[in-house]
Design a protein around this ligand. Structure first.
Ligand SMILES: *[C@@H]1O[C@H](CO)[C@@H](O)[C@H](O)[C@H]1NC(C)=O
Ligand SMILES: *[C@@H]1O[C@H](CO)[C@@H](O)[C@H](O)[C@H]1NC(C)=O
Ligand SMILES: *[C@@H]1O[C@H](CO)[C@@H](O)[C@H](O)[C@H]1NC(C)=O
Ligand SMILES: *[C@@H]1O[C@H](CO)[C@@H](O)[C@H](O)[C@H]1NC(C)=O
Ligand SMILES: *[C@@H]1O[C@H](CO)[C@@H](O)[C@H](O)[C@H]1NC(C)=O
Ligand SMILES: *[C@@H]1O[C@H](CO)[C@@H](O)[C@H](O)[C@H]1NC(C)=O
Ligand SMILES: *[C@@H]1O[C@H](CO)[C@@H](O)[C@H](O)[C@H]1NC(C)=O
Ligand SMILES: *[C@@H]1O[C@H](CO)[C@@H](O)[C@H](O)[C@H]1NC(C)=O
Ligand SMILES: *[C@@H]1O[C@H](CO)[C@@H](O)[C@H](O)[C@H]1NC(C)=O
Ligand SMILES: *[C@@H]1O[C@H](CO)[C@@H](O)[C@H](O)[C@H]1NC(C)=O
Length: 600
């Protein structure tokens, strides 16, 4: 009986002990759903730090130069922002502090804080090991990246290029890309697709999984974005692309990225990469288009000055300039009045852009070197192109694709136009691009199937004389046909559409804004650049005809061959001369352009 009592007491004691032990263990593992949300400056226990401060969604991007790298990640709480790094895997001897900010509109206990650290003055083409570190030295496992080759370094550069991507459904795609980047030959991953919608959490989740699902790729390689068209563009909201502008940081753009500067460029070895927005040409706010055009002309002018050491110029945008199988009702590229084409084609031609890669179209398309829809190379090849080559990667978004296919069924383009070199529809499992700068004369583009990693298309541009393209260098009949096309569209041969004709009025040049004067001013800027680069005396006639509205400094206009004639804001301004090549059509045109937008 006594022993039974003892047994009962022992049993109770053990139960109590186990229970309190369990309770103690329990209290050791804090539950993020019940803990009070820490405010800035609050010190928490190491256990809690793990919950609040674990870096998630780590992603990299190139910094302002090839020797800078930007590391970004999210946390739940406003934790410290540091990266420890080194060029050796075992000794993270360097520590850099960064900035963090709260992402507006996110729930408590979600990945609400975005952190950004810039690693500066790294060595080019060098592998670095790093860890994002927050409170109490809590951080991620070690990660690593390789910096880009220095400007004018002759090392081979390879970019993977993806169009719209849904990591949750595109598992095969992700594993192909992971395979590919693991090869160690990839300098950066260029994402030419929508991000705005990808960053919005799907229903029932606090956070989007987009960046987490891509972490294997984007925490180890610069993730370079191309501004896409947001379905959420509206005149009332100043939150356009808010998540995109906050979650990413691109070279030579302040962070968070401002709405009026989503475009950027960077050099990697022998290539100058440009990422531009095509949404601005359809935007309610025409000042954005103007800001980008100004920047593009400046950037391309500068890039051409360095062309001897950085010969290749490749531009990435969303909506294409041309498409062979588009429907004018839904596709800007299929219209004679294409906003994107009228805004960019002349500029890319004049400044000698080698390749333009776009994404937002139904199918994959590749063109011959062409200008105004006319093939510039008689032998139909990529040997010494005399105009830019255009590649359209096509959409992966099935819904959008379906929508466009429905519209397409009414398309009246049975025969592909002459410039269409290759065309692919409905690639099962999707595809991605690989752009390889082999050396100063050879640039290779490949399209690979995501399922097989097989090449679906490939070509090599061989260019021995990089620089501005010029009508004068074309065969007579080609130049003639281009001139005829320009005339048929109401233009004037030898003049260039640097600014999009946003009026939507066919051939109406009587408006104050998009006027013949501006065309001439555009030509002036072009001629100036040509003169710098080629030392040609090409601007005289243009100057004499419109000198009233020019800004050339006197000396330059006289000797014609001098440098430095194009300079914003210098020289003597007449009252009607507020922009060199920019045209103030935008305020007047914004009504029409918003109309244009809604027709999308
Ligand atoms: C780590 O690197 C720093 C700087 O390069 C060096 O001073 C230090 O001795 C290294 N520590 C070890 C343990 O190698
Ligand atoms: C890079 O440019 C510098 C200065 O312009 C020049 O001295 C050097 O030789 C170039 N290097 C290569 C590999 O072209
Ligand atoms: C258009 O964009 C500019 C530059 O971002 C901004 O200053 C202006 O307020 C915007 N206009 C409208 C109508 O949103
Ligand atoms: C574009 O212009 C050409 C000739 O200039 C004409 O044949 C064609 O129908 C036009 N296309 C559209 C979509 O307006
Ligand atoms: C396509 O054509 C059919 C008949 O010609 C017409 O009913 C339909 O509205 C058209 N669809 C589009 C998107 O133009
Ligand atoms: C550039 O690369 C191509 C392809 O690898 C090669 O055939 C060519 O000889 C190279 N040119 C130079 C100048 O190295
Ligand atoms: C120009 O002429 C060549 C042959 O002399 C011909 O092959 C080519 O198609 C012509 N190009 C155009 C655009 O008419
Ligand atoms: C086309 O126009 C340009 C610029 O006016 C001119 O230089 C060229 O000679 C013209 N070509 C032909 C074949 O008329
Ligand atoms: C202006 O737009 C009209 C149609 O909207 C087009 O026909 C014309 O060629 C454009 N002009 C220029 C110079 O872009
Ligand atoms: C051309 O544009 C001006 C100014 O926008 C307008 O007043 C005029 O009616 C237009 N003309 C035609 C033919 O569309």
């Amino acid at each position: 009986m006594k022993s039974k009592n003892i047994h009962t007491v022992f049993h109770l004691l053990m139960t109590f002990l186990l229970w309190s032990l369990a309770a103690a263990v329990d209290s050791k593992v804090p539950d993020i759903n019940t803990l009070p949300v820490p405010r800035e400056g609050l010190k928490t226990s190491p256990e809690e730090d793990e919950l609040w401060c674990k870096p998630e969604q780590v992603h990299l991007s190139c910094g302002d130069t090839a020797t800078d790298m930007v590391v970004m990640w999210t946390t739940v709480a406003p934790c410290d922002t540091h990266v420890v790094f080194s060029d050796k895997p075992w000794n993270f001897s360097r520590k850099v502090e960064g900035q963090a900010m709260e992402i507006k509109g996110k729930e408590d206990r979600s990945q609400k804080y975005i952190h950004r650290v810039v690693l500066k003055n790294l060595l080019p083409s060098t592998t670095y090991f790093f860890r994002p570190v927050t409170s109490n030295s809590f951080g991620t496992k070690p990660m690593y990246f390789e910096t880009l080759p220095a400007k004018n370094s002759t090392s081979k550069v390879t970019f993977l290029v993806s169009n719209d991507l849904n990591p949750e459904s595109d598992k095969t795609f992700i594993s192909s890309i992971v395979d590919e980047v693991s090869s160690g030959f990839v300098s950066a991953f260029i994402y030419n697709g929508d991000l705005d919608n990808k960053l919005i959490p799907t229903e029932g989740r606090k956070d989007s999984l987009f960046l987490s699902n891509l972490e294997q790729i984007v925490a180890y390689h610069p993730f370079m974005t191309v501004p896409a068209r947001s379905s959420a563009v509206s005149a009332s909201s100043n939150m356009n692309h808010y998540l995109y502008r906050t979650m990413f940081s691109m070279p030579n753009i302040p962070w968070p990225m401002p709405e009026n500067k989503l475009w950027y460029s960077f050099d990697a070895g022998l290539i100058h990469v440009i990422s531009y927005s095509t949404e601005v040409f359809m935007s309610y706010n025409a000042s954005l288009a103007k800001a980008q055009q100004t920047w593009l002309v400046h950037d391309l002018t500068e890039a051409n000055k360095r062309r001897a050491s950085v010969p290749w110029i490749v531009a990435f945008g969303s909506d294409p300039m041309y498409c062979a199988y588009g429907n004018p009702e839904v596709d800007d590229c299929a219209r004679n009045t294409s906003a994107v084409r009228h805004s960019l084609e002349d500029m890319f031609y004049v400044f000698g852009v080698d390749l333009v890669v776009e994404s937002a179209h139904r199918c994959y398309e590749r063109s011959w070197p062409k200008y105004k829809g006319v093939n510039t190379n008689l032998e139909l090849s990529y040997n010494q192109p005399r105009a830019p080559v255009e590649v359209v990667m096509g959409l992966r978004n099935v819904q959008q694709q379906q929508q466009r296919e429905n519209a397409e069924s009414n398309s009246s383009t049975p025969e592909p136009p002459v410039w269409s070199a290759y065309h692919l529809q409905g690639i099962k499992g999707g595809s991605y691009g690989r752009l390889t700068v082999m050396n100063g004369t050879h640039l290779k583009w490949e399209l690979l199937s995501a399922e097989e990693q097989d090449p679906l298309d490939a070509f090599v541009i061989v260019q021995e004389t990089h620089g501005n393209f010029n009508l004068a260098n074309l065969p007579h009949n080609v130049s003639h046909q281009i001139n005829q096309t320009i005339i048929a569209q109401g233009g004037k041969p030898g003049t260039y559409d640097f600014i999009r004709n946003v009026t939507g009025n066919d051939g109406n040049f009587s408006g104050e804004g998009w006027s013949k004067y501006s065309v001439w001013l555009g030509l002036g800027a072009v001629a100036a650049v040509l003169a710098v680069v080629l030392g040609m005396v090409a601007i005289r006639s243009c100057v004499s005809r419109r000198s009233r509205r020019r800004r050339w400094r006197e000396g330059d206009t006289r000797d014609g061959a001098g440098g430095g004639f194009y300079s914003v804001g210098s020289g003597t301004d007449s009252e009607d001369d507020d922009n060199d090549f920019e045209i103030d059509v935008y305020d007047k045109a914004s009504k029409q352009s918003s109309k244009l937008l809604t027709s999308y």
